[in-house]
Design a protein around this ligand. Structure first.
Ligand SMILES: Nc1ncnc2c1ncn2[C@@H]1O[C@H](COP(=O)(O)OP(=O)(O)OP(=O)(O)O)[C@@H](O)[C@H]1O
Ligand SMILES: [Mg+2]
Length: 398
């Protein structure tokens, strides 16, 4: 396990900033989701964390920079590419090569192949692999050195539903053993199930970091929904008490700035008949769209089209968004910023407010493999080095 601290990560490609002074923590014992629209800088950030891109800033693993780690691949496993292997070298030989070059027992190769459910195709050439099978082989390589930290760039990409389910359980299990798991994904419903911490970026800048529940609580889609016989009167009186009210298409009112007890009591006081009164909890997707300003590129990538809202009232002033992020007119309503204490970790010191794991336990297996892919799960600690499946890339100019 390791407390991963990224500080001041910055990368510029040919004068264009891809990552701007990013600082955040990835804490042991948690799955930390890494979110951001297309082109936000997630992959670049992960490469910077592993020293695979030249850039500014430093990432430490329990206080030690990656370049200063002894046998670094025993500490950090990564998947940054969907197919990080030679197309005609058999899957098992690819892993054997990594194991031998890092002093890892060959028995570990069989273990990780079975863990990722590639037992039936271990002797096949990866050029015949589907995208999801390639992802599994990449994950096998990342697990080979039994690392305390995993950095995975969109590992669910290409996995079938069983594979996504398996991946979620495996990553949660690895985090439960005290490891630090940092994983990017655009599958927000999946991320909501998998991660308990989040780092959210937009256009290379930090938007939020901290607990997922805190992030979701910032969404203006969290509201008290009330349906009454005199919505005009209730709306006027709610606004007089500084609550924000949005008329929903079905005639109900979405109220923020007052809890359901208050709304119910006010309706009673006014003699307004209440037909429905409930609390609406935002989804991670709604909170994400709020926080990232529902950028047009991202809306398009999610099939939301351009223009129009998605049901709620969108007002200027995306609290927490980097300056200039998102089109004008989108963002959380005023007063709905990040919760207190939510945001980038202060300075370069120790992380505050995070639960530390109660010790590090070696892996006991990562949950059931996806059906139809191989033997039952088993993974034992080897404590050996692995070779990164990625290739250093100097990228561009600083
Ligand atoms: N090798 C490169 N040369 C020039 N520009 C690059 C290079 N790699 C990334 N960029 C630019 O840096 C920015 C961030 O890209 P990056 O791939 O890190 O985003 P991302 O958040 O991973 O996006 P996605 O969700 O699409 O994977 C983009 O504007 C991209 O065009
Ligand atoms: Mg990427």
């Amino acid at each position: 396990m390791a407390l991963v601290q990224a500080r001041g990560l910055t990368k510029t490609f040919k004068g264009k900033a891809a990552v701007r002074g990013l600082s955040f923590d990835v804490v042991p014992g948690s799955v930390t989701g890494f979110l951001g629209p297309n082109g936000a800088g997630k992959s670049t950030t992960m490469r910077l964390m592993l020293g695979l891109d030249n850039g500014e800033g430093v990432t430490t693993y329990d206080g030690v920079a990656y370049r200063d780690l002894r046998e670094p691949l025993r500490h950090v496993g990564s998947v940054l590419d969907a197919k990080p292997f030679h197309p005609t070298r058999k899957a098992v030989n690819h892993l054997r090569m990594l194991a031998v070059s890092n002093g890892i027992a060959s028995s570990r190769v069989t273990e990780v192949i079975n863990v990722v459910g590639l037992g039936d195709v271990a002797n096949s050439k990866p050029k015949t692999f589907s995208l999801g099978m390639g992802q599994r082989l990449g994950i096998a390589a990342a697990l080979l050195g039994d690392p305390g930290t995993l950095i995975l760039d969109e590992p669910a990409n290409g996995l079938d539903p069983q594979g996504v389910h398996w991946l979620r359980n495996m990553l949660k299990s690895l985090a439960g053993q005290g490891r630090s798991v940092f994983v990017s994904s655009h599958l927000l419903s999946e991320m909501a199930l998998m991660a308990d911490q989040l780092v959210v970026i937009g256009r290379g800048s930090l938007i939020a970091s901290g607990k997922m529940s805190d992030f979701i609580s910032t969404s203006h889609r969290n509201a008290v929904v009330v349906r009454v016989d005199d919505p005009q009167l209730l709306t006027r009186e709610l606004r007089a008490r500084n609550a924000a009210v949005v008329a929903e298409p079905d005639g109900s009112l979405a109220v923020t700035g007052m809890d359901s007890d208050g709304v119910g009591a006010l309706a009673h006081e006014l003699g307004v008949r209440v037909f429905e009164l409930s609390n609406r909890q935002a989804t991670l997707e709604e909170a994400f769209l709020d926080a990232t300003g529902a950028s047009e590129e991202f809306r398009a990538s999610m099939g939301l089209g351009s223009g129009g809202s998605f049901g709620g009232q969108l007002t200027p002033g995306g609290a927490g968004s980097p300056p200039g992020y998102g089109p004008p007119g989108y963002g959380p309503p005023p007063g709905y910023g990040m919760p207190p204490g939510y945001g980038p970790p202060p300075g370069y010191g120790a992380t505050q407010g995070y639960d530390q794991p109660q010790g590090y336990a070696p892996p006991q297996g990562y949950g059931p493999p996806p059906p139809g892919y191989g033997a039952p799960p088993h993974a034992g600690p080897q404590g050996q080095a692995q070779q990164s499946p990625t290739t250093p890339d100097d990228g561009g100019s600083q």
